[in-house]
Every structure is written in C-alpha cells, then in structure tokens.
Ligand binder design. Structure first.
Ligand code: BG6
Length: 498
C-alpha cells in the first residue's frame, strides 16, 4: 500500500441524509481519516442536509459523536477532530416540500475551481426530487458530481426508473454509482494481481482453470432492518458486490485504467453470463434462511424471530426472504466456456470471510510414480476480508530424507504482515475518487442494468416456486443443498482457513 498522499482539489461535498446511518457510520469516518492524512484541509467544506432542524453546532456534535463512535481510538486526536468539524455546516431541508425548500446559497461556493459533489445518502424515491431541487435552485453545474448507492432498484424496471430520474438532470459522466466492494483494497488488488504480473494472464482461462469460487460470508444476522426483508441476499449481495467481483475475475485485460476501458470489459462479462431461468433456477441456485443456532459460541435467534412486529401475520412471522444464496454461474465466452463460477453468500454463517478461489487444473501427467502423495492441482486464494492477502497453493518436496514426498504448501502473502499501514476503508477511496473525477471504481448504468437482467429471472423463478427457502442452522455453511450444488459436480467448497 502506498502511503503517498496526493491532496485533492478543494471541494464542497453536500451530503443529503446527513443524520442517517450511512453518513454516521461510513461517510463521516471515511472523510475524517482522509482529512487527518492530509488529503484535504480547511479549504474544503462538508455541507450536511437533512430534514431535522439542526443548527451548525448541533450538526457538528453529531459529526463529533460519529467520529468517536466509529473511528478507532488510535486515530482520535482532539485537535484534528475540532479542525475537521470546523469545515462541517448544516442546512435543514425537505426536498419534498418545494414551498419551504432550504437554501444552500450561503454554503456552496461560486468559484468553479472548487469541486462540487452531491452525495445522496437517502432513499432512492428521493433521488428524483433531490435532483430537481438541485437543478431548480441553481446548484447544478455541468462539472458537478452526484453520488448514489444501493438499493438502485429492486429489479431491472425499477432500476431504469431510478436512473432515468437522475439522468434527467445529471449526465452519465457526472453520476457515481457506489458499490463499496470496489473500494476495498483487496478488490483493487485483484486488478494488480491479474494485470501487473505476467504470471497469471497466460493461464487465466478454461485451459488451465477448472473452476472458480466466490464466497462472501457474514457471521452477522440480517438484523431488524425492514429493508432486508424486501431485498434478500440475492439483491443485497449478489446483484451488486458478488457480480462485481465476478466481473473483475473474468474480464479481459482492459487497455487502460480509464473508467470506460475497465467498465466496457466488465460489461462484456455481464452480457456473457448464461441466463438462469425456468427449470435452471432449481438446478443452478439454492436459497436458504437461517434458523436459531449459535455463532462464535453465542446463541442467536433465527431470521423469522428477528423480524419486526409489522412483518408478522397473526402474531406469527412469515417470510420467504432468503438470507443465503448459492449459484452455479457460467460465462459463455471463449475464455470461460465450461468453467463454472460457484458463488455463495449468507448471513449467520460460521465466520466473516470473503474470498475468491481460483482452482487450477491438474497437471497433464505426473512423473512421480514412486513418490508419496499425488500432486494436487494448484489453487490461488484471494482473501478479501478479513486477514487480507493472497495464498498460492503449490506442490513441493517435503524437505529431508525419506525419498520423494509431495506436499501442498501455501505461498502466503499476508497484507497485514507485509504492510504496517492501516488498510483504508472502502469509502475513503471512493469518496475522494468522486472529487478526483475518477469513475473507474463506480458502476456505469449499463453495467447495473445488465446485472439486473441476469438476476431478475432467478428471482422470478423463486417467486414462482411453491417451496420456501431451505432452512439452515445459524453458524453453519448454509443449507445442505448448497453443499450438494457443488459436490454433484465432484467439487467441494474451499473452507481451508475460513
Ligand atoms: C451491504 C449489505 O451492502 O454490504 C449488507 O447491504 C452487508 O447486508 C454489507 O452486511 C457487507 O459489507 P462488508 O463491507 O461488511 O463486507
């Protein structure tokens, strides 16, 4: 990780939804870290906007509180916090009440060398009215940026509607659609691993790769967020984060790191995904829902027990929402024909662990007739979180006398051990990429829509099915059908070190 800090141009960052959870937990802490590291200073402004009637001083208190709650103690320096809150101001505004619209005139600066960005940390049904507000009040500039994030729709049609609303005011080159997985250091490292080394690219294809696994496991539950019950794991994790990971693994080498060069290649992968529809939905997908169990030695409730009261019918919780998904995906192109991509994600799994496993093919012929142990196929494990790193499993000769004994060992690059610096949070990179005007790590509209096109028939297949998601005990790796999904093909989920 480079510790070189390149300051960004001064900016006015307007955050709609300034008292919401996302702002408190992610945006403020991320901006604070970048400020402390010197990437911007008091020449920039953060302008909080939300419906609550707060004064600047009251908003600054919420900023201070969120830094204290969500930034590691080691970085809490009183002077730095006070310097940071001094650039935060607040405007109360309800975008749905045009007659009483709040004024940003006193907060936004006219100087066009100051970058202007609007972060919509609000529900998507407010994106349209907020963009209208920005335009009608005269805050729009052709070089201004707007940041939006999921849920960007619940299917293709609703996603098109949201994008249409935003694009009525902002052009595509002004729209920054966040998928925070793209801001993770290890996800960007996947690009470096694939395209800054000569080693992998020649063997990164169906001739040498037998299959790929992508796991995003969480030990936390779905919680009491009403949103989750409407969404489920397919929309919450697969449609965005996992599909993004899959495209980065599978895409052709882009000609440059320019936004469109990279996104064009990702889009080609999305368009090559074999549709899973009709009877294939039952064959290629598994959905699960956790019941009570135990995670890390602590007893935890089942998904239905956690559902808020308003979701209950006659005092009984009813929901077919999936908290686990496993899919066997295929990419129909020259590079990947015949190479399955097994993906899975779930809540209340035994641990928080996200990784990509590239399983290479066996060697074509083994010369080790008299050796102890047969050569095993190589495996590359890219660990996204936690314990970020890369492991390449190789065969070696077990050292010492006793003839040729073959043993599999990992060549282990642990980022925590190799690099002393703190790993920045995804939002730190993304928030300032907006200021830099770099869209490379943001989703383009056609990408987002192609992802929905692939996911929608799966959802429709599930909706049409009469069965419920399969139950799995909290603290296990999902329903047994997920294990069967891969074992039917003579393979197993990689759980080594997870
Ligand atoms: C969010 C999902 O997008 O990603 C959450 O809505 C999920 O349900 C979270 O927990 C996972 O993010 P991370 O960065 O903790 O892996």
């Amino acid at each position: 990780m480079s510790s070189r800090i390149i300051p960004v141009q001064p900016f006015d960052y307007v955050v709609f939804g300034a008292t919401g959870d996302l702002t408190k937990r992610k945006l403020i802490p991320a901006l604070f870290h970048r400020f402390v590291d010197g990437q911007f200073d008091e020449q920039s402004r953060i302008i909080g906007v939300s419906r609550s009637k707060l004064t600047d001083a009251e908003f600054r208190k919420t900023v201070r509180d969120s830094i204290e709650a969500f930034v590691d103690n080691a970085y809490l320096d009183k002077k730095a916090i006070e310097r940071f809150v001094s650039i935060c101001t607040y405007v109360a505004n309800d975008v749905t009440d045009e007659a009483n619209w709040g004024d940003l005139d006193g907060s936004l600066r006219k100087d066009t060398s100051i970058v202007r960005a609007f972060y919509l940390a609000i529900a998507p049904d407010l994106f349209g009215p907020t963009c209208e507000y920005i335009k009608k009040k005269g805050y729009y500039r052709r070089d201004a940026r707007v940041v939006i994030e999921k849920p960007l729709g619940h299917d293709l049609a609703s996603s098109i509607a949201i994008n249409d609303e935003v694009s009525r005011i902002f052009k595509e080159d002004q729209v920054y659609r966040i998928d925070h997985y793209l801001g993770k250091e290890t996800v960007q490292n996947l690009l470096a691993l694939r395209f800054a080394n000569i080693l992998f690219e020649p063997i990164w294809n169906s001739a040498h790769i037998e299959h790929v696994q992508i796991t995003v496991a969480e030990s936390v539950g779905a919680g009491t967020r009403g949103y989750y019950d409407e969404s489920g794991a397919l929309r919450d994790m697969v449609q965005n984060h996992i599909i993004q990971l899959l495209t980065l693994v599978a895409m052709e080498p882009p000609a440059s790191d320019g936004a469109d060069a990279l996104r064009d290649e990702k889009l080609k992968v999305l368009r090559s995904l074999k549709p899973i529809a009709g009877p294939d939905v039952g064959r290629c997908t598994v959905r699960g829902q956790y019941r009570a169990g135990s995670v890390d030695g602590a007893a935890v409730a089942g998904y239905l027990d956690e559902l808020p009261k308003e979701k209950q019918v006659d005092g009984k919780a009813v929901s077919r929402t999936e908290t686990f998904v496993a899919i066997k995906a295929e990419i129909e192109n020259w590079r990947w024909a015949g190479v399955p991509f097994y993906i899975r994600t779930g809540k209340r799994l035994p641990s928080r662990a996200s990784e990509i496993v590239i399983q290479f093919r066996n060697i074509p012929h083994s010369m080790f007739d008299h050796a102890e142990g047969a050569p095993k196929a190589n495996r590359l494990v890219i660990r996204i979180q936690p314990d970020e790193g890369v492991k390449l499993f190789l065969m070696i000769k077990d050292p010492g006398p006793g003839g040729m004994r073959l043993r599999e060992v990992p060549l282990n690059l642990s980022f925590a051990e190799a690099f002393a610096e703190r790993t920045p949070e995804a939002y730190e990179r993304l928030l300032l990429d907006v200021v830099r005007g770099s869209q490379t790590l943001f989703m383009r509209r056609d990408e987002l829509e192609a992802a929905w096109m692939w996911v929608d028939p799966i959802r429709e297949g599930w909706d049409a099915a009469t069965d419920n998601p399969q139950s799995y005990m909290a603290g296990t790796w999902g329903p047994t059908a997920a294990i069967a999904l891969i074992e039917r093909d003579g393979r197993t989920w990689h759980e080594d070190g997870i």
